[in-house]
Design a protein around this ligand. Sequence first.
Ligand code: SF4
Ligand code: SF4
Length: 261
Amino acid sequence: MLTIDDLRKTAETCVAEEPARLESDGWWQPPLLAAAPVDSRFDQLPHIAAADHLRPTDLLPTARSVIVFYIPFKPQLVQENKPGQRPCRNWGLAYVQTNELIGRVSLAIRDLLAAAGFRSGLTPATHNFDPVRLMARWSHKHLAYLVNLGRFGVHHLLITPAGCTGRLGSLVTEAELGEHPLMDTAEACLLKAGMQCGQCIEACPVDALSADDFDRNRCWQRLNENYQVLDCFADLPASTDVCGKCTALMPCSFKNPVDQL
Ligand code: SF4
Ligand code: SF4
């Protein structure tokens, strides 16, 4: 009988082995993984994410559970990305390599489930969205919120117990894994919890953020522009649309700051 710990161990092993595979130090800390049964909570997706957001059963008609994992970046990388108005080379490289790693973690979990007789449904780590509306038809972020892996911050990213400077992946499976949330607080963003902060708003180089709004197009234009203007991104794929300034060394970068009060 497979348990959530088996899945977590598989994800951890996959992330831990990646630096040796790449013959580098790697950018990652141990991942978090949460799961939830396919139930009526996912009916909210068209309302909270996008009108045409897929349901778990659209990926796999026999889906019984949704699994979402979060791979946090090492603080050194986040620190390196802090100075200036543009992302550093390593931030772009880490984005590209993490997309591949998310795929590998998803496949490793799928294989583990398959060995126990359960099928899974997967989607790519990113670029599965409508470029005009900029809303994902399969949003790992909204899935992560619904399985209680994190809460949204004012920067519109998910704040998990290990912070917000990392990447998410998700899959659905026929296995009935049960409810495995990771959040203890109703909010994880200081400002949303009624406390002082707003540091992400200050850090955005194009003023895309405010306490109650997010100019998605302005952010997206900046991400594209970064790729166009940065010579150090020249050998990276054109899909390297990154910034990360609103997550660099914030109170929520590496933890849930509301939980630490
Ligand atoms: S930097 Fe502050 S206001 Fe912005 S998301 Fe994090 S906790 Fe919330
Ligand atoms: S990713 Fe960059 S442009 Fe987008 S909201 Fe954050 S700081 Fe602003």
